[in-house]
Design a protein around this ligand. Structure first.
Ligand code: OGA
Ligand code: NI
Length: 336
């Protein structure tokens, strides 16, 4: 249990050697510029006369940055705050409570693990602890979730249902933007939903470590809620910060959505940095196709002018083997 970064990091004033990133990977100068131009889309406008403009913003974000942010998205601020506080409470629980949930068995529907384990594939340690859980269908998984803090199942259950509705709504707006039938992603393409909650304790020297190394999300769509700045993207060979917009969700295009869009949308490499003063928590909802699903460009997006850009691949095979990327047990993908 002492493996958890949140357990021992309070007592250290320097970064342990095995957490120091290689010189190519380390964030170094933390004052990277904020990325300009990532759209912040007001979803309240979508049902009014600004619908076409909102969809255009979503497409610009998805094409040029692999992401956009949404505000006025329908999730109550109280629910978002409540869920964030609950996860902070979870990571603040006494060691003996957390110990009961800690597991290195990746097949578990719920588990607590740490940045030294989750990236063991690459033999490096990251400055975070995480929770990973399956969320949909809720009744199949809720029994595997913690009973402490007492409101965990109720709050996180409500949150995951609401975030799913938002994700499906955004996927339908993407359908409209792409010109495929609305509802295209309902069914097997969005059959599963997982949640990763990353907890990044304060770090004595954030320039030397990463919270999550650069990776592409290999799922369909990611919705991220965060309480502090820390997310960065690699654009045109340079790292840029993603502005923290309170109460917003950051929406990431997963690489399976890139395939289905026949390359019209792009997934972008991103990472998380830490900071020295406060802990940061990100609640990451991953919408995923079923494992058997065939991932291929939508027929409506392939024509003589838009030749097929990707071969069909089964979802499971894609996630297991997409080369040259090594798999991150988080469900996201790491470049080797
Ligand atoms: C992830 C991820 C970024 C963050 O978990 O896939 O990209 O800011 N997290 O926590
Ligand atoms: Ni990610």
């Amino acid at each position: 249990m002492s493996a958890l970064v949140s357990s021992w990091s309070k007592n250290v004033h320097t970064v342990p050697e095995n957490f120091v990133c290689s010189s190519e990977e380390r964030p170094g100068d933390l004052a990277v510029p904020l990325c300009k131009g990532i759209p912040v889309v007001d979803l309240q406008q979508v049902d009014g006369h600004d619908r076409a403009d909102s969809i255009k913003q979503i497409m610009i974000g998805s094409q040029d940055f692999g992401m956009f942010q949404v505000i006025n998205h329908g999730l109550l601020k109280e629910l978002m705050d409540d869920t964030m506080s609950l996860f902070k409470e979870f990571f603040d629980m006494p060691e003996e409570d957390k110990a009961t949930y800690y597991s290195e068995d990746m097949s578990k529907s719920f588990r607590l693990y740490t940045g030294s384990f989750c990236h063991s594939v690459i033999n490096h340690n990251y400055w975070k602890d995480s929770v990973r859980q399956d969320c949909h269908p809720l009744e199949d998984h809720i029994e595997t979730w913690p009973e402490k803090p007492a409101r965990y199942r109720e709050v996180v259950g409500t949150y995951s249902v609401e975030v799913r509705k938002l994700g499906m709504r955004i996927l339908d707006l993407i359908c409209e933007g792409l010109g495929v039938d609305v509802g295209y992603f309902a069914g097997d393409l969005s059959k599963f939903q997982g949640m990763i909650v990353n907890h990044y304790p304060p770090c004595p020297n954030p320039s030397l470590v990463l919270g999550v190394r650069g990776h592409y999300d290999t799922n369909l769509l990611t919705l991220l809620q965060q309480d502090e700045y820390g997310l960065q993207i690699l654009k045109d060979g340079q790292w840029f910060g993603v502005k923290h917009v309170p109460n917003a969700f950051v929406i990431n295009i997963g690489s399976q959505l890139e395939i289905i869009s026949n390359g019209k949308l792009t997934s972008i490499k991103h990472r998380a940095v830490t900071n020295s003063s406060v802990s940061r928590t990100s609640i990451v909802t991953l919408i995923n196709p079923s494992e058997e699903c065939i991932i291929e460009p939508a027929k409506a997006l392939v024509s003589a002018c838009n030749p097929l850009m990707f071969q069909a691949v089964q979802c499971k095979e894609y996630v297991d083997t997409c080369m040259p990327k090594a798999r991150d047990p988080n469900g996201a993908t790491l470049e080797s």
